[in-house]
Unconditional design. Structure first.
Length: 292
């Protein structure tokens, strides 16, 4: 009797857990659609912006713009780690943290002083637990990041890079390929490294002969900071989409596992209940036979 009672309790408990994970899976699926729409809207703009900059940059202009400055050696670098504010997303945050730690170790092994900037509770909590100093901690940027959010993250670092206080700025984020593929990636935001200009046939190094008004210098004055902000914005929206994809996958796996456990428990309960009924019938028959 005690065994069947314990089985019923476990069945009810796992059934409630399955309802929760199924609901979370549905919520993540809904949010994933909106997040992927923002990713797909941001990518073409970023691609075209990079193409314009790559066709405007000339060797004689590189020395005039601090954002294009290529330091002889990287003495001091900033690493921005973007994670989620919530868990229950499988190994999503763990992979990002591992990628950030590997990058920090590589930089420090090369003699670079590294300062860490955290965006998202999970990454911040981990490095605080490891007693790693964080220069800034941001938990106010949710899964609907805006260009203003990206500017608030990168603008202080951009100013320090232009003044020569920093030699490089990296962003560790989740690259959204699909709901099932969200690998961690490292993006070098500063100095600006625009993609190489190509023609319609993919030939690298092609430069169009434009007549510009205003001149290239004035255009670059506006586009370079915009390109930097947009790079961070893309990292934020891709990480948000990747988070929902990872959470949906994790909750689906949890729901499926709970269903498998329920099937096993139900079979076990039915066998135990059947054995109990058989034992009761045997006791009744035995008692009736003893009375004859």
């Amino acid at each position: 009797m005690a065994k069947t009672r314990e089985l019923r309790r476990r069945i009810r408990s796992i059934g409630k857990t399955r309802q929760i994970t199924k609901t979370m899976e549905m919520v993540s699926t809904s949010k994933l659609k909106r997040a992927t729409d923002r990713v797909y809207a941001a990518r073409p703009y970023a691609t075209k912006l990079g193409e314009v900059i790559s066709r405007l940059i000339a060797p004689e202009l590189i020395e005039r713009y601090p954002l294009l400055r290529q330091p002889a050696e990287t003495r001091r670098a900033a690493v921005i780690l973007i994670t989620s504010n919530r868990g229950l997303a499988g190994a999503f945050n763990t992979n990002l943290i591992r990628e950030a730690r590997a990058l920090i170790e590589r930089l420090r092994a090369g003699g670079t002083t590294v300062e860490l900037h955290g965006v998202g509770r999970k990454g911040i909590a981990f490095f605080r637990f490891k007693r790693e100093a964080l220069a800034t901690s941001r938990v106010d940027i949710g899964d609907r990041a805006s260009m203003d959010d990206a500017a608030s993250v990168i603008e202080p670092l951009r100013a320090r890079f232009e003044s020569g206080e920093l030699d490089a700025v990296y962003v560790v984020y989740a690259q959204f390929r699909s709901a099932l593929s969200t690998p961690p990636a490292v993006m070098s935001v500063l100095p600006v490294q625009a993609p190489a200009a190509t023609d319609s046939e993919g030939k690298v190094g092609w430069r169009a002969n434009y007549e510009l008004s205003p001149d290239a210098e004035q255009i670059l004055d506006r586009l370079l900071p915009l390109y930097v902000r947009n790079s961070v914005y893309r990292a934020l929206v891709e990480t948000a989409a990747a988070e929902h994809g990872a959470r949906r996958t994790a909750m689906k796996n949890a729901t499926d596992n709970a269903g498998d456990i329920l099937d096993t428990l139900n079979r076990t309960y039915n066998r135990a209940r059947q054995a109990q009924i058989t034992q009761e019938i045997a006791e009744i028959v035995g008692g009736a036979a003893a009375l004859e």
